[in-house]
Design a protein around this ligand. Structure first.
Ligand code: BDR
Ligand code: CA
Length: 308
């Protein structure tokens, strides 16, 4: 079992990622930390608990973290995820509590007290970078950081040059990519190949469970935006790629490369500059994923979500 902390900004695709993790015996979710991103922190902390309750797991520890990027104004994505972040389904308010204490303290304390913790960031990297800044000793104790963010050939989804999670807090991303901790990156190059389909959404609905109905409703909602934007047949299920990689790394392929983050240029802020062709001697710091088996990825989701 991989011991993981999920750091997240739900977001419908974050929600599916959390459900996949909670449904999977290969992972032990030590806690979930919410960060501001797709919607403000108050909503991401609430949505995380909605998803845990939906999975029948009100026991999961959920912490609220940073409500804004390091040194920048928060940019949100209601235009993709709707006003609540989980548009597509009406959810009652959660009854499970938020844990006392700050997400960053939970991350630091857990890594100091527990060997081999893997961090799974699914949103802007503010909580993770703040933890690394405040407690530099944790960098070498973290087993791996497997994150959704960035792009190389696919370039940007929030600006022409940048992917949303990195764009929102490039200074945080810069800290994480320079931390020396082993990194696995699920960029748009991978996630834009993991497209939903009308058929899969119907498979979810046909589960006839609250989880199946929720996944179908959420995906249906945010698929509309992506289909209109990309002209694609479905919407990319970005964040579940992180959890799927933890469960079965053979699903995806990639290259070990150097990745650095643009923090200065107004034109390319948040760009993940990946040395894909090895044209520099900069040290390789990340496994940058690019290819994947879509059929097996959706089979995994269908099988696991069907158990909840
Ligand atoms: C990322 O941004 C968010 O909108 C999604 O939840 C995902 O984490 C994709 O760029
Ligand atoms: Ca996300």
């Amino acid at each position: 079992m991989r011991k993981i902390i999920i750091d997240t900004d739900p977001g419908q695709d974050d929600a599916v990622a959390i459900l996949l993790a909670l449904a999977s015996p290969e992972v032990d979710v030590l806690g979930i930390t919410a960060v501001a991103g797709n919607v403000p922190l108050e909503l991401t902390a609430k949505n995380t608990r909605i998803v845990c309750e939906l999975a029948g797991r009100p026991d999961v520890k959920v912490f609220a973290g940073c409500d804004r990027p390091i040194g920048r104004t928060l940019v949100t994505a209601e235009h993709v995820h709707g006003q609540t972040g989980l548009n597509g389904v009406e959810h009652p308010d959660p009854t499970m509590p938020l844990q006392e204490g700050h997400a960053v303290d939970f991350i630091i304390d857990t890594i100091r007290s527990t060997d081999d913790v893997t961090l799974c960031p699914l949103g802007p990297l503010t909580n993770i970078a703040t933890a690394l800044e405040r407690a530099p000793d944790i960098a070498e104790r973290i087993k791996e950081i497997v994150l959704m963010g960035g792009a190389y050939f696919e370039v940007g989804n929030i600006t022409p040059a940048a992917e949303f999670n990195i764009y929102v807090d490039p200074e945080a991303a810069d800290i994480v990519f320079k931390s020396g901790t082993p990194l696995v990156v699920a960029p748009l190059d991978l996630t834009h190949k993991m497209l939903t389909s009308a058929e899969w959404i119907e498979t979810m609905r046909a589960l006839g469970t609250p989880v199946g109905d929720a996944v179908a409703g959420w995906t249906d909602f945010f698929e509309r935006f992506d289909v209109a934007k990309y002209g694609s047949a479905g919407a990319p299920l970005h964040d579940p790629c992180v959890i799927a990689h933890i469960i079965d790394p053979s699903l995806f392929s990639g290259r070990h490369v150097n990745v650095e983050i643009e923090t200065e240029s107004p034109l390319t802020r948040g760009m993940t500059v990946a040395d894909w062709w090895g044209v520099t001697d900069r040290a390789k710091n990340a496994l940058f994923l690019g290819g994947g088996d879509r059929a097996r990825f959706f089979d995994l989701l269908t099988t696991r979500l069907g158990t909840l």
